[in-house]
Each structure stands twice: as C-alpha cells, then as structure tokens.
Design a protein around this ligand. Structure first.
Ligand code: LLP
Length: 426
C-alpha cells in the first residue's frame, strides 16, 4: 500500500519540474499530470483480474493511452466516452472487453454505438434491457445492482440506497432476468458501485449483497465488478484503504461463488479517483491579494470553472505556494497567515477553501506576492473532467509529465474555440 504523500505548503516543483517553468511554458491555469503515478496506481491493483478505469475522472486521450499501456481497460458512461475508448484503441470485443458501457439509460447515440461496436453493457435500469434486447437480441449483459444502501464522501456522490437513481433495485432482479430472457440476453456479470469513499466495514456489506444477488442470477454469472470508490488521501490525516484487505474481501466472495457455480469468476475493479487524483496538479497564478475586514484573500486565475469540487462538495484540496523567481527572493523568514483562496469568476462561491454548505475556511498559507503561483494538489480526478466555460473562461491547458519531459496534451482554449459552435442568425 502506498504511503500518503507529503504536501508541504511551499513547493517549487511538481514531479521534478519547476512550477515557475511549467507556468512560463504553458501559461496558467494549467493541469499537469505525472504519468508515473498513473502507472504505479494501476500496478497497486494488480491482484484484481481486471482494472477498469472509470474514465469520467479524467478522460484526456493521452491519459487513456497511458492507462492502456499500464494494462488497464476502460469504463464508459456516455457516447463520448465510448468514442474516446475506441479512439485510443480499446477493443470492446476482447476478453476482458476493452470498453464496457455502464449507465442508467441509453440515449440514442450511446445505444447506436453499443449496438454497432458490440460494446458490453452494464444495465442500470430495467428499461435498458428492453431497449438493448430489441436492437441486439442474444447478447450477454451485465447488471448494475443497487443493494438498497450506499456510501459517499458527500450525499452527492452516494450511489446506493433508495434516494439514488443508480442501478437495478435489488428486489427487481427476478423481473429483470425475465425481461432478459425474452430477448435471449444472458446475464453474465453483476456490478455494484455504491459510492465514492468506501471503507472496509461498508465493503463487507457490499460483498455480502453481491453474493446474494449473484445467487439469485445463478451460474451464468462469470464476472463480478467491485465498482469504483477507492479513496485517496486529500488531507494529511487521511489515508488509503488497506488494498490487501479490500482485495481479500472481494476475493473471498468470488471464491465462494466459484465453488457454488463450479466455474471461474472474474473479479473486476473500476476506479476513477484512485488512478487519476494524485497524478494531477492544478497550477494557478496569484493575480490579486486583498483584505476584506479580517480576512486575507489570494485571488488566482483558476476558478470553479477549472476545479469544481470545492464549490460542489466542499471538497478539500491541498494548496501550496510556489514562489516566482522573477519576483526575486521573498522576505525571510517566511510567515504564514490564514488565507482564503478565491478565483476570478463573478460568483461569490468561487472559493477553493470552503467546506460543504459554502462556508469559507481560511487556510494557513505562506505569505505570497501577486505573481507567485499556487499549486493545488490531488486535482487529477474530476478536475479538468468537470471544467466548464462559465463566464466565457477558456478551459486550461493539460500537460503530461513523463520521462523528464513536459508534453502538451490539450492546448488552452481560445476565443475561437469558445464561439465555434455559435451562430448569429441573419
Ligand atoms: N464506477 C461507477 C459506476 C461510477 O459511477 C463511478 C463514479 C466510478 C466507477 C468511479 O468512482 P471513483 O473510483 O472515482 O470514486 N465528481 C465526484 C465523483 C463522482 C463519482 C461518480 N461515479 C467527485 O469529484 O468526487
């Protein structure tokens, strides 16, 4: 199990690259991803038969390519994600399938792609069985089960229980088997993703619910998927889940099912955050420093259009100051003060240091100057992937750090990109 990384509040490099140098070469704000971290995180999970990357966490095609090179396959939740997988060369017809579509509905685009490219489907609603069966009878399918309870780092990321829209309700499995049989669809796998931020006690309940569901379906089940939800430490007092224990619980479940069914059962895991979060860092520049009453604000050029997790979930991201050598050496000794870090958007919630409910939470940070940089860590998962053009901001550049080199993997957007799809009718 990896040890949680240190995140000092003063740093001048990311994965061996100077922060100021990266900012100078690519501008700010910029997302940088350390390729070695992705590879290491896939390797951590090698005891599972299949590591299926939930690409919603960070879906740049260069990241998908490195995930592929590391030996993992992908999950897709939309037509766009299926296309990304195909584009990078994942083949849905291999064993294990290079792409699986997991969703609670098909839109027309996704259904067309699934049918055309024979992408295996993990159905999350009974209606999907009819829609797929009608278009592509006789296929194997998997079912995502909602066991009636869930877990999440925030109510918004809890994906089990009666308040969740995800998965097939556990008591409707029989009905779904009936539906599937009507179209000659065979249920060859079950999946449970109960939420992001799982702990081991919770996992015991999930494993037991999976076993019960598999028994209901019977020996056609060849694959079980543990879903995603593996936590990563965002704060220094958080840690990783014990991966050996995590695997042992799922492995024991799988072995009991193998004994009962008399054949091998493949065990998949479907992490997003675990593979992508720690590899990604958002570098942003301080553009203004001001006092409002007793509060000191550092205002930076990244906003919630770049990283939405704090405003959406009150999520905590570690933040460090990187001095800009062009401004000379800062005054010594360096003092620290409680600071609120905000962005450029015309909305008061555009604050990186906030807790759930929108309460600002000052953070002790080193003194800094206008022109210095802030390094926002553990930002690779659900960072750029949830970025937007709100306030007509151009989305940031993305850069891959690999083998001592920094390679642009998505250029910064321009005004031309922003209005490309818009038209003024005559
Ligand atoms: N599999 C399924 C079916 C999922 O719905 C998800 C996440 C995952 C895997 C990956 O979960 P992970 O390993 O990344 O926890 N935007 C939120 C997270 C939303 C997660 C949605 N589903 C955040 O920034 O925390």
């Amino acid at each position: 199990m990896p040890t949680p990384p240190d995140f000092p509040d003063l740093r001048d490099e990311v994965a061996g690259h100077s922060v100021a140098g990266l900012a100078q070469e690519f501008g700010t704000p910029v997302y940088v991803y350390d390729a070695a971290t992705i590879t290491a995180r896939v390797a951590d999970l090698q005891s599972f038969d299949v590591v299926r990357y939930a690409q919603k966490a960070c879906s740049n095609i260069a990241i998908l390519d490195r995930v592929k090179r590391a030996g993992a396959v992908v999950d897709a939740v939309s037509a766009g994600e299926i296309e990304r997988g195909l584009h990078v060369g994942f083949d849905p017809r291999t064993s294990p399938p290079g792409i699986v579509y997991t969703a609670d509905l098909f839109d027309e685009d996704a259904l067309d792609l699934v049918v055309r490219h024979q992408v295996p489907v993990n159905v999350g609603s009974p209606d999907m069985i009819d829609q797929l069966g009608h278009r592509a009878p006789g296929r194997p399918i998997m079912m995502r089960i909602n066991p009636g309870f869930g877990h999440g780092h925030s109510q918004k990321t809890n994906t089990g229980g009666p308040q969740s829209k995800h998965g097939i309700w556990h008591s409707q499995i029989d009905d779904c088997l009936h539906r599937a049989r009507k179209y000659g669809l065979t249920v060859t796998g079950l999946h449970m993703h109960i939420g992001s931020g799982t702990d081991l006690d919770h996992l015991r309940q999930v494993c037991s619910a999976m076993e019960t569901a598999c028994r209901l379906v019977g020996p056609t089940v060849e694959t079980i998927s543990a879903g995603g939800g593996l936590p990563v430490p965002y704060r220094s007092d958080q840690s990783y889940v014990d991966l050996d224990e995590y695997f042992a619980l799922w492995d024991a479940t799988r072995k009991r099912l193998e004994a009962e069914f008399g054949h091998a059962v493949t065990l998949e895991i479907e992490p997003g955050r675990y593979l992508a979060a720690e590899c990604g860092t958002l570098i942003t520049q301080i553009r203004a420093i001001k006092r409002m009453g007793d509060n000191l604000f550092y205002l930076v050029d990244a906003g919630f259009n770049d990283l939405a997790r704090p405003i959406l979930y009150g999520a905590y991201h570690p933040i460090a100051v990187a001095y800009n050598p062009e401004l000379g050496t800062p005054n010594q000794p360096i003092s620290r003060a409680p600071v609120i870090v905000g962005g450029p958007l015309c909305e008061s919630g555009d604050i990186f240091t906030q807790t759930e409910g929108g309460y600002v939470e000052p953070r002790a940070l080193p003194q800094a100057r206008v022109g210095d940089f802030l390094v926002i860590g553990v930002a690779g998962a659900y960072g750029f992937a949830m970025a937007s053009n709100y306030n007509s901001k151009f989305r940031a550049a993305e850069v891959l750090l690999e083998g001592g080199q920094a390679k642009l993997i998505r250029r910064r957007e321009t005004f031309a990109d922003l209005i490309e799809l818009e038209r003024i009718p005559q």
